[in-house]
Design a protein around this ligand. Structure first.
Ligand code: WTA
Length: 656
């Protein structure tokens, strides 16, 4: 772990209780109800989760053990047989929900589709049969590299239906990043589209897949299934590439869901850590289904009249858990939007809210800050009165942005659920339950029932109230990641050994700093490791550094985050050059382009600073703390005595 970067933020005093009307109609109606659930789960977690698993999900075969915990490896609902696609689709077909809208989709150019549960089920079955025709069977991994179109959700559910773990790669990642992920996951098939519409442009996807597979660089991939979306010209390799619309007409709509073991892998999703390559976070079937189901139900308070919209991309965990699996398992109407606020229509989100009467809206603080900048006229000129509940995720929300969201979007009547969680946790961990817990702007408030979160020092001892420390979780929960794909030791090292286990008690180390206030409310302050959170997207400093040094002009690179008004954090790269290369605007441009090609536009450094040398300790470790200070334009604070060459610092100061 790098030097801890834990600071206490200002103390927020405002408190917003939910209206009594909201509470009366909510699933969880009062603080007392929450406390009862929390205490029940704390005293007997296995009974708590088992009762919910029994009541809320359909199992083909009941489990015989609720939890098998061999730290740090957990198994939930051992020997239970279940299929999440069945829980998201089939079981609703025998109820009135059969003809309810399951998925409402709005494309950026203004086209739209609504699929009822019966229609979505049919599409998923057909897609699953096409995958089978392409040779995919239970246990084979499928890569998904898609725009935000219904087929992305259909593909995921089709994979789940036949027991083929999916590995969704965000459509903004480069061909190189895609190739690495396909190789690590040993994907047999890639599902993609010609392209997608985003911000008034076409994002090409198939050409990136072609590039990723060039020269047999991802040899596990046998077939590519291509959905037509943008209709631009793409090349199709005979024998390998297949149009979905050619295979679909002959596919049967009959495909029973495969009974999966509760612990069979449901998906792999890659995320950045402080060291090495992105990790393949593994989630399994039964526990993930239960955890995303319960968190969606209680946090978004879903009722059958709701139109629920989560603005994330399916390429991230938020899209997996809270666009696809959680809402559909609950039989809700989930809305999916292809585009993003853009020049031609900065108010497009509010058009969607008005058009469909969205009631629950879940987005990221970085989006909220961008909306503030675009001006109040956009939301104010639309009718947002259908909204009843708002949510945020991805990074800490600053109280100013929270207040704007509350007033301008929520009309001061909608509770805001600030949800803290991670790719690794599968679902939300710390959050208000909106009918039960009063909110404070900037705080994710309290742990979800069954989550024993705490704040400790490096020895695992709880820190006093209002003091910063490391955010940990004490007991396994059903939605937790099971391992790092292909690297269980990395799983142990990364999450379970930073804080030494005591008396056999393992603590899950989240990588975030936080404090708990006098009311037991959690205030998450951000990463304490070398992970940068740019617009809610996680990037490891190492990843960006490796991308930079793979350019021939770069000798060494050190990457840090600096505060940014809209993105939360932006990337600053300190770079030393190989002899014979000139620092300057041209090289800056070239390096930014290079990083975009290596990883994707989200990793492009906002600021590249050329320097003769990097500040290092005598043992050769780059002192990032100093660079963070410099990047933020602050005085260098703390101890600099371990610095090998003090003149480096003076030069950097002069240059910065
Ligand atoms: C940060 C996204 C403060 C945190 C679901 C975490 C947050 C990382 C919040 C996980 C929040 C997420 N308040 N910080 N409400 N939500 N984070 O894996 O640093 O993309 O560790 O999962 O985002 O990012 P990931």
């Amino acid at each position: 772990m790098s030097e801890a970067n834990i600071e206490s933020i200002l103390h927020e005093k405002r408190i917003f209780p939910p209206s009594s009307e909201f509470s009366q109609n909510a699933h969880i109606k009062s603080l007392k109800d929450y406390q009862q659930l929390y205490e029940k789960a704390k005293s007997d977690p296995q009974t708590f989760w088992a009762e919910l698993a029994q009541q809320e999900l359909d199992w083909f075969q009941k489990w015989d053990t609720v939890l098998d915990w061999q730290p740090p490896f957990a198994k939930w609902f051992v020997n239970g047989k279940i299929n999440i696609s069945y829980n998201c689709l089939d079981r609703h077909l025998t109820t009135w929900r059969k003809n309810k809208a399951a998925l409402i989709w709005e494309g950026e150019p203004g086209d739209s589709r609504t699929l009822t549960y019966a229609q979505l089920h049919r599409e998923v079955c057909k897609f699953a049969n096409v995958l089978k025709q392409l040779g995919v069977s239970k246990g084979d991994t499928v890569g998904i590299y898609m725009p935000m179109i219904p087929e992305a959700a259909i593909a995921m559910l089709a994979c789940a239906r036949i027991g083929a773990p999916h590995s969704v790669v965000f459509g903004g990642f480069s061909a190189e990043a895609l190739r690495d992920r396909l190789n690590d996951a040993q994907a047999k098939v890639v599902i993609t589209a010609d392209g997608g519409f985003r911000k008034d442009a076409i994002v090409p996807l198939k050409p990136q897949v072609d590039k990723a597979l060039e020269n047999n660089a991802a040899p596990s991939v046998e077939n590519v299934l291509v959905v037509q979306r943008t209709r631009q010209q793409v090349s199709m390799k005979t024998g390998r590439d297949h149009w979905w619309h050619n295979l679909e007409p002959n596919a049967s709509a009959n495909c029973p869901a495969e009974p999966m073991d509760s612990e069979d892998m449901l998906f792999i999703l890659y995320t950045s850590g402080s060291t090495g390559k992105p990790k393949g976070v593994v989630h399994t079937t039964g526990g993930y289904n239960l955890y995303t189901h319960m968190t969606t139900k209680w946090i978004f308070d879903l009722q059958d009249t709701d139109v629920y919209w989560c603005t994330a991309d399916v390429g991230w965990i938020t899209g997996h858990s809270y666009i696809v699996y959680g809402p559909l398992s609950n039989g809700a109407t989930t809305l999916m939007y292809e585009g993003a606020p853009r020049k031609s229509n900065p108010g497009c989100f509010w058009d969607v809210v008005e058009k469909y009467g969205v009631t629950v809206f879940y987005t990221a603080p970085t989006a909220i800050r961008a909306f503030i900048k675009m001006g109040d006229s956009h939301p104010k000129s639309r009718n947002l009165s259908s909204l009843r509940l708002l949510g945020t995720v991805g990074e800490p929300i600053n109280p100013e942005a929270w207040m704007w969201y509350h007033k301008v979007i929520g009309g001061e009547r909608c509770p805001i659920v600030d949800t803290w969680w991670q790719t690794e946790t599968g679902g939300v961990m710390i959050t208000p339950l909106p009918g039960a817990i009063s909110t404070k702007p900037g705080s994710a408030t309290r742990p979800f029932p069954g989550i024993l979160a705490d704040i400790v020092d490096l020895d695992g001892n709880p820190v006093p109230e209002n003091e910063g420390g490391y955010l940990i979780v004490r007991h396994p929960w059903p939605g937790m990641m099971r391992t790092v794909y292909g690297d269980p030791e990395r799983f142990r090292r990364t999450y379970w050994e930073h804080i030494a286990p005591k008396d056999g008690n393992y603590l899950y180390f989240a990588g975030d700093g936080a404090r708990k206030d006098e009311d037991g409310y959690f205030w998450v302050m951000g990463r304490v490791d070398d992970v940068i959170n740019v617009s809610g997207h996680r990037l490891g400093t190492m990843e960006v550094e490796s991308a930079l040094v793979s350019h021939p002009a770069v000798a060494e690179a050190a990457v840090v985050g600096k505060p940014d008004e809209i993105k939360g954090e932006d990337i600053v790269a300190f770079v030393t050059l190989e002899g014979g290369h000139d620092a300057g605007d041209d090289l800056t441009k070239e390096l930014r382009k290079h990083v975009t090609e290596e990883i994707g536009a989200i990793a492009r450094p906002g600021d590249i600073r050329f320097t003769d040398a990097l500040p290092k300790t005598r043992s050769g470790k780059i002192m990032r703390r100093l660079l963070r200070n410099l990047a933020a334009g602050q005085e260098v604070s703390g101890d600099t005595s371990t610095l090998e060459d003090r003149s480096v610092l003076d030069k950097l100061r002069g240059g910065a």
